[in-house]
Design a protein around this ligand. Structure first.
Ligand code: FES
Ligand code: FES
Length: 160
């Protein structure tokens, strides 16, 4: 789909934004360059690494692969939103398990797992691994990342 230049309105972490950008610009670049929300990472830029994962209307989406024109009226969540929730079970479990090394992959993984636990807090480790199959961690911290998500899921269920 190709869009004409025009403005786009959408929410990020609950705040309303009106953006005058080419509507074909990937959401990833609008978040990072135009809105200054740089927690969402640029990895491959072509939909194969998961570093740029955000939540759009409750779905985990690769922001490098979505023209900003497609999110008119929608609600986007990024890792900056998680930073404002220090008691979020995922946030706490990732810190406790030291789930990550360089951290580059983590904002995408956090958003992918947040969308997953929201849909299915009883999710099994095998399903977590399958759901995160597209989120690469070049440091090889997958085991600790899975440990953290599993622990966060248990905490969500225990506190339900
Ligand atoms: S930067 Fe979007 S999938 Fe790699
Ligand atoms: S912690 Fe370094 S890429 Fe995952």
């Amino acid at each position: 789909m190709t869009f004409e230049n025009d403005h786009v309105s959408f929410k990020v972490n609950g705040k309303q934004y009106n953006v005058n950008e080419d509507k074909n610009t990937p959401l990833l670049f609008v978040l990072r360059e135009y809105l200054g929300l740089s927690a969402t990472r640029f990895g491959c830029g072509e939909g194969t690494c998961g570093a740029c994962t955000v939540i759009i209307n409750d779905e985990a989406i690769l922001s490098c692969d979505v023209p900003v024109g497609e999110i008119e009226g929608k609600s986007v969540e990024t890792a900056e939103g998680l930073q404002r929730e220090p008691n979020d079970p995922l946030f706490r479990a990732f810190i406790k398990n030291q789930a990550g090394q360089c951290g580059y992959c983590l904002s995408g993984i956090l958003m992918a797992s947040k969308a997953l636990l929201r849909k299915d807090p009883f999710v099994s480790r095998a399903k977590i691994a399958k759901a995160l199959d597209g989120n690469l961690c070049r440091c090889g911290a997958h085991k600790r990342i899975l440990d953290a998500i599993e622990e966060a899921a248990k905490s969500v269920v225990d506190n339900a």
